[in-house]
Design a binder for this molecule. Structure first.
Ligand code: NI
Ligand code: MN
Length: 226
């Protein structure tokens, strides 16, 4: 069974049986989430910004978990002592828990030391037939229509906070273009400049068969479900 946990901001853990993968693990803000207790085998990073790189290197070292990221981000992590798998956009990468493909995101990417982070990415995950799109940080882009054609994701994890990414209006349009059934909003509320009206988003999303599930971070009160 595939289990999806929202940890907060853009951080998610997906567990398949006895193996877990964590995406953009900026997790130390959530004191209810204990990565030490989770069966993390792999770490996926959409780009090098601190709110996505987060605790990746620390988790990699402690768990002997491999970080998969675009070449420049992977190299930075390797220099910090992490186990890495450098990749580029556009082809399936296989694991024993599933497979993923890194896809374009329209955003910048740099590392904490200011060095260049290569291209920013989103990630399509295919885990036992469950297709999940983690958009990373991105604006709305026509690429999303292509993602639908190529990968037909069922679930989308979309940033809605605006300022650095899509806002609620554009994220709702993204959901439509992606043709997904379920949307989980992310990357909002964490900083003053990315406040978002998630209830309005849930309303905008309520078209056709698409629903928005506003998921509270692990340990927090559940906000709402629509
Ligand atoms: Ni960013
Ligand atoms: Mn960000």
């Amino acid at each position: 069974m595939v289990d999806l946990k929202y940890i907060g901001h853009s951080a998610f853990q997906i567990t398949n049986g006895d193996k877990a993968v964590i995406i953009d693990p900026w997790v130390d803000k959530n004191e209810n989430y204990k990565w030490q207790d989770e069966p993390i085998k792999d770490i996926l990073l959409t780009h090098g910004h601190g709110d996505h790189l987060g605790n990746a290197v620390e988790i990699s070292k402690a768990k002997d978990a491999e970080i998969t990221a675009v070449f420049e981000v992977a190299n930075y992590c390797k220099n910090q002592g992490a186990k890495v798998r450098p990749i580029g956009l556009g082809s399936w990468i296989k694991y024993d828990w599933g497979r993923v493909v890194f896809v374009p995101a329209f955003h910048s990417s740099s590392l904490p030391d200011g060095s260049y982070g290569g291209c920013a990415a989103g990630i399509i995950l295919d885990i036992d037939g469950v297709r999940i799109y983690h958009a990373g940080d991105t604006c709305l882009t026509g690429e999303m229509k292509t993602l639908r054609e190529l990968y037909a994701p069922q679930i989308a994890l979309l940033p809605i906070g605006g300022n650095y990414t899509m806002d609620v209006e554009h994220a709702a349009l993204a959901a439509k273009w992606l043709g997904v059934r379920t949307v989980i909003p992310m990357h909002y509320g964490t900083f003053p400049e990315i406040q978002a009206d998630y209830e309005k988003f849930a309303q905008l999303i309520a078209f056709g068969n698409t629903t928005c599930q506003v998921v509270a971070p692990v340990g927090a009160e559940v906000n709402t479900e629509n």
